[in-house]
Design a protein. Structure first.
Lengths: 201, 493
């Protein structure tokens, strides 16, 4: 019987191959259960790049929903004003997307921080409750102020203000400390040098 | 006797133009009618003004005190009254304004008596360091790093080599050269003070480029019988850079992110060393410095002892400035200095040179041609970087590649731009790219802090919520039961 099976080339190869298929199928099935990844790892990675201020300015209810939208629906990575240019760039690099230029997609060209006009503040503490990164100090019926080095510029405080007059977003002033060189003006590279001149031009 | 020196990679030999200003003795500039003293003349937190408007101040009086550990005080350079405390143009590549204190001199130069420490070897080191700090000594070669912080032992490594930097490799500048010729004894005593502060390192070297034979002779004479050894360096730009000097003398390359002190080496500028001597033995703060004024746009180029805060326009006017002949006004050397557009900027601790260059000396930059990858820049780079490669990454703002190609190691010496056959302003690209990298890093840190603060806030809110819940439960519980409330809640929580 054994001899018969092995001597038949068709049967023997069938048995060996299906045996192998069963074995590898089993291994894959086991690995699929054993090393299961909860959720989409890509969403997780995008989520860690986001500032986690849950400010909702991207139009999604929080950082994670926005991360899901970017990964699953290909929404622009440039909608996070709190994260700024660097966050946009790192998300775009991670997902191989085009880096949106500043402007319409919500990235301000210069960093903005909240500023409280102290002559108008009457100490309602609404902005303090709204600030996701604890960058506003003060108490009820006391003057508030913004820790400008900690403000991410998410703008949640603006929306929360009762008076709508005492708090505003201001661009960070450029001083000798944070100034840096700008690139030289684009070179007037004479492209004609590299290409043959058009006839008669 | 002669020390074995290593030669650095790259470097250039630009025309020196030093004879324009090196052969006339240092002369003292007459008092200007106002002095503008920026509160930030060093690297670190700006000083905090402590004088009021209209207040009369004496020379050497503190007018702005250090704000925290990484800061230095500012002193009045002469006696007079404070007329203004406001924003004023300062000597900075950005041409921005910063907070300055304006003093109108009374012309009498009444000095505040300050005590020096005689016989410094018998004094505790702490009081010497305190003197250096209180006198507001910062690196006067250009960087402006607080000297006391540099001298304070931080790591476990003992300093084995002290290098006093008198290389002065930039063209035109001769301030250090003149100072070494005329004040060699002060510099040698300053070196001896540093020697004592650093527990007598094995090597105490005074490095001077061999294009200054008179300075070398004067120093040799002054250093007789002292542990100070004079080292002659072959003339090459930029051998006066800190990293280059260490490589030439010690044969070691300074790794990125390490300080010379980590290798047991300390480098001090020659002018700073002289200032240390005056601070320790006379208790005098830096109130004046020697500035080279040179170029084809001035009638009497030379070296001038200038009160700190003197506006550049006063300096230029006094020595015969011809604005029509001047194409470009530069502060610092022609290689690493910056163009100033406003002549109201003052001379500060770090200003060593003002150049009024004619159109011949500083021709307008020619239009850049495409990079042909000739590799001249890579041969000239003293840090052995690949400028031709960095150039493309800088143009493409490719931060990852810029970092991998060690952009942050660039010392901005300008050798690449100088040697570029296509007139590409390479160092300009690198300066801006370095700024971009720093800004990106800062933003990353801000985001990281924001994330931590957000997590801490959530944790705090949850704890508060839990506490409230517990309280509510405890209030509800005791009503139906006969049990006392307190132990019950304790169990609950």
């Amino acid at each position: 019987m054994d001899l018969l099976l092995l001597s038949n080339p068709l049967l023997s190869s069938l048995i060996v191959l299906s045996g192998l298929a069963l074995l590898f199928g089993g291994i894959l099935g086991f690995a699929g259960l054993r090393f299961r990844v909860e959720g989409d790892p890509l969403i997780e990675q995008v989520d860690t790049l986001l500032p986690q201020s849950q400010c909702g300015q991207c139009g999604y209810p929080g950082c994670r929903p926005y991360a899901e939208a970017v990964v699953n629906q290909g929404v622009s990575p440039g909608l996070c004003p709190g994260g700024g240019q660097s966050t946009t760039k790192s998300i775009a690099n991670l997902l191989g997307m085009e880096i949106p230029q500043s402007g319409p997609d919500g990235i301000a060209a210069v960093r903005q921080v909240a500023y409280i006009d102290e002559t108008d503040c009457y100490g309602c503490a609404a902005c303090i409750r709204a600030c996701p990164s604890d960058a506003i100090v003060g108490a009820n019926k006391q003057l508030h102020t913004v820790l400008s080095t900690e403000c991410t510029g998410c703008g949640l405080c603006i929306a929360s203000c009762d008076k709508k007059a005492c708090i505003s977003m201001q661009p960070v002033p450029i001083t000798a400390q944070n100034w840096h060189w700008q690139p030289p003006p684009p070179e007037a590279t004479p492209i004609t040098l590299l290409m043959p001149k058009a006839q008669g031009a | 006797m002669t020390r074995k020196l290593k030669s650095i990679a790259g470097g250039i030999h630009p025309p020196q133009h030093k004879l324009l200003s090196s052969e006339t003795p240092i002369s003292v500039l007459p008092f200007p009618n106002r002095l503008i003293l920026p509160v930030s003349q060093h690297i670190g937190t700006p000083a905090h003004p402590i004088v009021g408007l209209g207040e009369t101040v004496l020379a050497n009086q503190v007018i702005a005190e250090a704000d925290g550990g990484f800061s230095l005080p500012v002193h009045a350079s002469t006696s007079g009254s404070v007329t203004n405390i406001s924003s004023h143009p300062v000597p900075h590549a950005s041409n921005l304004d910063a907070l300055c204190i304006t003093i109108e001199p009374d012309g009498e130069h009444r000095e505040l008596e300050r005590e020096g420490l005689l016989n410094f070897r018998e004094q505790p080191k702490e009081s010497l360091l305190a003197k250096i700090r209180d006198c507001g000594i910062a690196g006067m070669g250009g960087a402006g790093f607080p000297t006391e912080l540099k001298l304070n032992p931080r790591g476990a490594v003992k300093i084995h080599t002290l290098i006093i930097n008198g290389a002065e490799c930039e063209p035109y500048i001769t301030a250090d050269d003149r100072l070494m010729r005329e004040n060699a004894a002060d510099i040698v005593t300053g070196a001896a003070i540093l020697n004592y502060l650093l527990d007598d390192p094995e090597n105490c070297l005074l490095a001077v480029e061999d294009n200054k034979p008179e300075a070398i002779a004067a120093l040799r004479q002054a250093a007789q019988g002292t542990p100070v050894e004079i080292v002659e360096l072959p003339t090459k730009y930029p051998s006066g850079g800190e990293k280059q000097l260490i490589e030439i003398i010690c044969g070691e390359q300074l790794p990125l992110g390490k300080l010379p002190a980590d290798l047991g080496i300390l480098v001090q500028n020659i002018t700073t060393t002289g200032a240390i001597y005056r601070a320790v033995t006379h208790g005098k703060p830096v109130f004046a410095r020697v500035v080279t004024v040179s170029g084809g746009g001035v009638e009497r180029p030379g070296n001038y002892k200038v009160l700190l805060g003197t506006p550049v326009d006063h300096l230029l006017k006094t020595i015969g400035y011809r604005p029509d002949d001047t194409a470009r006004l530069v502060m610092g050397g022609p290689m690493m200095g910056f163009t100033i557009s406003d002549t109201r900027v003052p001379i500060i601790k770090t200003s060593n040179c003002v150049l009024a260059l004619t159109a011949e000396e500083a021709p307008a930059p020619k239009a850049a041609n495409p990079c042909i990858r000739c590799g001249k820049c890579a041969q000239a780079c003293p840090m052995q970087l690949l400028p031709q490669q960095l150039y493309w990454y800088a143009r493409g703002h490719n931060h990852e590649q810029l970092q991998q190609h060690h952009l942050m190691d660039c010392i901005e010496c300008g050798c690449c731009s100088y040697s570029c056959t296509s007139n590409i302003p390479l160092v300009h690209y690198f300066r801006s790219a370095k700024g971009e990298l720093r800004a990106a890093e800062e933003e990353r840190l801000l985001m990281e802090r924001a994330k931590q603060r957000q997590q801490a806030r959530t944790a705090r809110q949850q704890a508060l919520q839990a506490e409230r819940e517990a309280k509510r439960n405890s209030r509800r519980k005791p009503s139906p039961a006969e049990h006392p409330a307190v132990p019950d809640t304790a169990d609950q929580s």
